[in-house]
Design a protein around this ligand. Structure first.
Ligand SMILES: Nc1ncnc2c1ncn2[C@@H]1O[C@H](COP(=O)(O)OP(=O)(O)OP(=O)(O)O)[C@@H](O)[C@H]1O
Length: 853
């Protein structure tokens, strides 16, 4: 319990309302408490300040006798919007509702915390994005145990990672909304700092206390699922579950299994690769538009589960050929049959998010509308299965597609067509479904019919021609008589209300009928509620089937989306080579080509030609070429068609990219440090089956250091690692590498200097570039003339002083035939080289030597 204090001013005691607030607030110390006061959720004191800052709300003050404290509030009716923002900002929120009616004005009503919300455990549909929403936990002990839980679908999985960088890469793929760290990590300042920098999400060490995790696991699963034998994984899985159970107090019946997966079964994609390839998000900070990402271009799915699956496939490409061919077969079938594709996508468009629906069903939280949506979706399944049945590669989908027809029929028989959202207001259940309900409704109906007849009968009996029967909320049913006819009102009528020119009456019979109607109606609503709960429970029996249907549909949706993209954008089916051949004909960058005309380019590599040195002026298109190569390889291993006329590729185990400068100023690391860090990771991790893309390595330091590092890295990749490497560089010196390395080649991106300046062809051709056009690009960018002129003269003198140094010396060395060189000749040759390297002309060199004698 807290200290019962509230930031404020004045000597007075806390008023009772605030005392109640402080008590609840202190019971949930790590949460931001939203405290219902009538139509508003309020926060007070410091929390009011936090809330107003977070949501940009006006800060007011709550004032009592001799006491005042800051106050901020949000209207109850728009709470969802604000909750969504708070969760996104990483808050945990406790919602305290008034749980009794305010009967007297001054009485303090009871309030209780009715909901806990944290970013990683959201179940409420209107607070969720279509994307998966993961809660992650990490602990150590013979590697890192990583557990991930998506409460909204029940997906529960985990893995063991054996290095910190592998852990980060994996986390970066899943992008958890909230992370629990075991105490040994949470209290490790260096780790915590680095972690927070990389993943600015809600962090805590909760769920790891003593045995709560184990207890939670044993309660959830009996026996424990396989895969939890690893101690660190067991701890993390337990923590995730315990934490989620604390928030979702009604339990997590939607969590039915745990899957331990092996990251080695997928292509490794480092965090840098996911970023630089702009698969999910544009890397340019100022640009948040998703269109500029691979997902933005390919994301033609029509259902939420399909969208989540596409994301999952993109972040975990496969490394085995057989399943990829199966995916490609399915995509191809839908590419070839445009009518089928259109039909399938049309049906999918009408499907609801069955995956989350199944989770809500299991959690006992499905609303009448959920069931109606389920029914409509299930009713589409036979049609879909029919569409797929005749199509070879899609046949297995149709076979795996369950047909819970009985459930759909049951819902259709029980539920009205367009049910209300709430289950407590009645109007849910069809006539003729439940005899008891029908009877209650019948009774109410009889009462209403009696009242309907009453008007005519009473007019006749009393002779009051304009007598009316009416209803209002305060008095119930009444008979209304206007002033001129007051004398005709029978004695036994009881006056209810007198208005200006009319009076309202009741009779014992009317009251009796009214009571009957009311009672029948109340009971009917109760009965409807019970019937609905029963229906929901029965439907929940089919939740596993619904979930499986959702999975099959998601897969179909992804195939159809990939096929749609393939047709729409002119992609072709990739082939996989066994001998390591890589042959891309007319490859394109899938995202860049969407927004501007694009020049396709070829690429040809093999184990015998696996290092490509790519030169060319700035802006020529070097990094675009590197990126498109990576994207084509990635798409192929997702099972998608690729943006190329044709493409044959080896199956890569990893894609590494080191492209563009990514500063990490917040993390206190220079551009160069980040670059070297990433390079180190690549050189350590890459294998002969990896695709490595390096752009201007060594740029961040002095020219010679940079050149030397670039050179050495190339050599290492060529000789030791033997990875497929594309190396884009401005160091012209590196174009000499192919002279010395058997499997290295030169290529350049063509540009030509013309009268008007530099013309870019964006065309990749064999051989090195003729020169670097840095100054020309600078001129295009509009650098002042004076600066350009000065740069030109500096460049001239630099070039003069280096003249002959690299190219000529290398040439001479290479041409020297040692078998025919005497020791003296060799010595003289060496001296001449040394003089040249020192930058001395022959006469100067002679003079210097004489002076030394
Ligand atoms: N094949 C292509 N067809 C059409 N436009 C292209 C092509 N390749 C690149 N571009 C365009 O040219 C511009 C420069 O491309 P890119 O960034 O790849 O050049 P770069 O050679 O890597 O430059 P720098 O050396 O300055 O990094 C981009 O705007 C890109 O859209």
């Amino acid at each position: 319990m807290g200290s019962m204090t509230l930031k404020g001013q004045g000597p007075g005691p806390l008023p009772p309302l605030l005392e109640q607030y402080v008590e609840l607030r202190d019971a949930y110390p790590d949460y931001l408490l939203l405290f219902q006061v009538g139509d508003f959720y309020e926060a007070f004191g410091e929390d009011a300040e936090r809330l107003s800052r977070a949501l940009n709300l006006t800060l007011t003050h709550k004032t009592a006798k001799d006491f005042t404290t800051p106050m901020a509030g949000i209207p109850v009716r728009s709470v969802d919007v604000h909750l969504e923002k708070l969760l996104k900002l990483g808050f945990r929120v406790a919602v305290a509702d008034q749980v009794e009616l305010a009967e007297e004005a001054d009485k303090l009503v009871r309030r209780e915390v009715t909901q806990l919300l944290t970013p990683g455990t959201i179940l409420r549909e209107n607070l969720l994005k279509p994307e998966a929403n993961y809660l992650a936990a990490i602990s150590t002990g013979d590697g890192y145990g990583l557990a991930l839980l998506d409460v909204s679908t029940g997906e529960f999985r985990g893995s063991v990672l054996y290095s910190k960088s592998a852990l980060y890469d994996e986390l970066f793929r899943f992008r958890p909304a909230e992370v629990l760290l075991a105490p040994e990590l949470y209290h490790h300042p260096a780790f915590l700092q680095e972690f927070q920098r990389r993943f600015p999400v809600m962090l805590s060490e909760e769920g790891f206390q003593d045995e709560v995790g184990k207890t939670a696991l044993h309660k959830q699963f009996d026996p424990l699922p396989a895969g939890l034998e690893h101690p660190a994984l067991l701890r993390s899985a337990g923590a995730v579950l315990a934490y989620a159970l604390r928030v979702q107090e009604n339990g997590l019946p939607q969590v039915r299994s745990f899957v331990r997966y092996d990251p080695g079964a997928f292509m490794q994609l480092s965090e840098a690769t996911l970023r630089t390839l702009e698969i999910f998000e544009p890397s340019f900070v100022g640009d948040r538009s998703e269109e500029r990402t691979l997902l933005g271009v390919l994301g033609l799915t029509r259902t939420a589960p399909g969208r989540r699956l596409l994301r999952a496939w993109l972040r975990h490409p496969l490394v085995e050929e057989a399943p990829l061919q199966a995916r490609l077969d399915a995509v191809e079938a839908l590419v070839k049959d445009g009518v089928l594709r259109a039909e399938v996508r049309k049906v999918l468009y009408r499907m609801h998010d069955l995956e989350r629906l199944a989770a809500r069903l299991l959690a006992g939280r499905a609303s009448p509308r959920d069931l109606a949506a389920l029914q409509r979706s299930l009713a589409l399944l036979p049609e879909l299965a029919g569409l797929l049945a005749g199509v070879g590669p899609l046949f297995s989908l149709s076979e795996r597609l369950p047909q819970p027809v009985a459930v759909a029929e049951q819902i259709a028989a029980a539920l009205v067509e367009d049910p209300p959202l709430k289950i407590t207001d009645g109007g849910l259940i069809r006539e003729g479904f439940d005899p008891e309900l029908d009877e209650l409704r019948q009774r109410a109906e009889e009462g209403r019919a009696w009242i309907a007849r009453l008007e005519g009968e009473a007019r006749e009996k009393t002779g009051i021609p304009n007598l009316k029967v009416g209803y209002n909320a305060v008095f119930g049913y009444y008979l209304e008589v206007t002033r001129p006819h007051y004398a005709l009102v029978p004695k036994d009528w009881r006056a209810l209300q007198t208005l200006k020119d009319r009076m309202r009456f009741s009779t014992p019979e009317l009251k009796e009928q009214e009571r009957k109607i009311l009672q029948a109606e109340t009971e009917a609503i109760k009965r409807e509620y019970a019937v609905f709960l029963e229906l929901r429970e029965q439907v929940a029996q089919a939740a596993d089937e619904v979930r499986q249907a959702a999975q099959v549909l998601a897969e179909l949706d992804v195939y159809a989306a990939l096929a749609e993209a393939a047709v729409e954008y002119g992609y072709s089916r990739p082939r996989f080579s066994r001998d390591g051949t890589l042959q891309i004909v007319a490859g394109r960058h899938p995202v860049v080509e969407r927004s501007s005309p694009f020049i396709p380019n070829d690429l040809s590599m093999s184990p015998a030609a696996r290092l490509l040195i790519l030169t060319g002026p700035n802006m020529a298109g070097k990094s675009t070429y590197l990126r498109q190569t990576a994207l084509i390889a990635l798409l192929a291993q997702v099972g998608s068609f690729v943006p190329a006329e044709s493409a044959t590729l080896p199956l890569f185990d990893r894609i590494y990219t080191r492209i563009g400068a990514s500063d990490d100023i917040a993390g206190g690391r220079s551009t160069f440090m980040v670059e070297m860090d990433e390079l180190a990771g690549i050189l350590q991790g890459a294998t002969s089956k990896s695709l490595v893309l390096l752009d201007e390595i060594g740029r961040g330091t002095s020219t010679y250091d940079g050149l030397a590092l670039a050179w050495a890295a190339c050599e290492y990749l060529h000789d030791q690692v033997r990875a497929y490497t594309l190396f884009a560089t401005h160091y012209f010196e590196l174009t000499a590498l192919p002279l010395r390395m058997a499997a290295a080649r030169n290529a350049h991106v063509a540009a030509k200097e013309e009268a008007g300046g530099l013309v870019f062809y964006h065309q990749v051709l064999p051989g090195p570039a003729s020169q670097s056009y840095g100054l020309e690009v600078a001129r295009l960018a509009g650098l002042p003339q004076a600066v350009l002129q000065r740069a030109r003269s500096v460049l001239d003198s630099l070039e003069a002083s280096q003249k002959g140094l690299s190219k000529e010396i290398l040439e001479e060395l290479l041409q020297l035939d040692l078998a025919r060189t005497s020791p003296l000749e060799a010595l003289l040759f060496l001296r001449r080289l040394q003089d040249q390297l020192r930058g001395l002309a022959p006469q100067e060199a002679e003079a210097e030597r004489l002076s030394q004698v």
